[in-house]
Design a protein around this ligand. Structure first.
Ligand SMILES: [Zn+2]
Ligand SMILES: [Zn+2]
Length: 174
């Protein structure tokens, strides 16, 4: 036996709507008592009730899903806002860093003001005045002369050959 199709329309079918009162009455009686597929009205009502319950459950699920979706949207917006703020902070830090690096670059072109042999400041005149060798390295006059007197004829920094005659006084305008 095949399952009858589920039809919940209780209206009489079009061909049954002929204006014969007796026919209509008897048809209605039949429809209301057993319905299609031999189901009683009580069975149909029960099915409708069950379907209504299922529908209510779906509506409730849908509401929960919508609430979750709203929560998620709020969280996403929060995250976006946080990201924007983080990016601003990062941009500011990058700018600060760039400024600092510029300062350092400027500082690095300033001549060192101490002799690379004794680490003392050199002077603009006198025995420890600033000199350079042919390689360009700078020392205090007395320090490099003492170094050459040890017999090593090279720059203490880069080891290029160097002689007393390479010594050049450096004049720095202060
Ligand atoms: Zn020195
Ligand atoms: Zn050198």
């Amino acid at each position: 036996m095949s399952t009858p199709p589920k039809v919940y329309n209780l209206r009489p079918r079009v061909r049954d709507q002929r204006p014969t009162v007796t026919r209509r009455t008897s048809q209605r009686k039949t429809t209301l008592s057993t319905g299609r597929g031999g189901k009683t009205r009580a069975q149909l009502l029960k099915e409708i009730q069950n379907l209504t319950l299922a529908n209510n459950a779906l509506v409730s699920d849908n509401q929960e899903l919508q609430k979750e979706r709203n929560d998620l949207r709020i969280r996403v917006q929060d995250e976006i806002l946080k990201n924007v703020m983080l990016k601003e902070k990062l941009d500011k830090q990058n700018k600060d860093l760039e400024a600092l690096m510029e300062q350092q670059a400027e500082a690095s072109v300033v001549l060192p003001n101490s002799c690379l042999i004794c680490c003392e400041n050199w002077t603009s005149s006198g025995t420890h005045r600033m000199i350079s060798l042919a390689c360009g390295h700078l020392f205090g006059d007395s320090c490099i002369r003492r170094f050459f007197q040890t017999g090593t004829l090279s720059c203490p920094i880069c080891r290029r050959r160097a002689f007393m005659s390479d010594i050049r006084y450096i004049y720095v305008e202060v």
